[in-house]
Design a protein around this ligand. Structure first.
Ligand code: MN
Length: 134
């Protein structure tokens, strides 16, 4: 039985695949979406326990997706963690204003990611992996 189901919304396979592998290795069920439309469909149909959200997607941006999910009664309680390469002042505030529950700058570091997830899930839900040099 997987610990939880995570939806990874990311259009870049070079980022999505290692993240998916890390979560599967940590015994999570992983769903993946490469576009905003897919993300909305999968979130609504599968009710994941947590969503990792890229901001720059080919169709709508991740902020819009989060805004839509957070006003839908079926998906509003799913925690959303933003991942963004924009490291600009105000990014974090924008993500939180869009209803997201957490924020991780890219490149995503495993240690940082699992710390954020731990803050959103029961204390023993996510094992913190060894820090990697990547
Ligand atoms: Mn992207």
């Amino acid at each position: 039985m997987p610990k939880a189901t995570i939806l990874i919304v990311e259009d870049n396979p070079d980022i999505a695949h290692p993240l998916a592998d890390a979560f599967r290795f940590a015994d999570f069920a992983v769903l993946q979406a490469g576009t905003a439309i897919q993300a909305l469909q999968i979130a609504s149909q599968n009710q994941p326990d947590l969503i990792l959200m890229d901001i720059q997607l080919p169709d709508l941006d991740g902020l819009s997706v989060a805004g839509t999910l957070k006003v839908d009664p079926e998906t509003k309680d799913i925690p959303i963690v933003a991942m963004t390469a924009h490291v600009m002042k105000g990014d974090r505030e924008q993500c939180l204003a869009a209803g997201m529950d957490g924020y991780i700058p890219k490149p995503v570091r495993a240690q940082e990611l699992f710390e954020v997830l731990n803050s959103l899930t029961p204390a023993d839900a996510v094992p913190v992996p060894e820090p990697t040099s990547a």
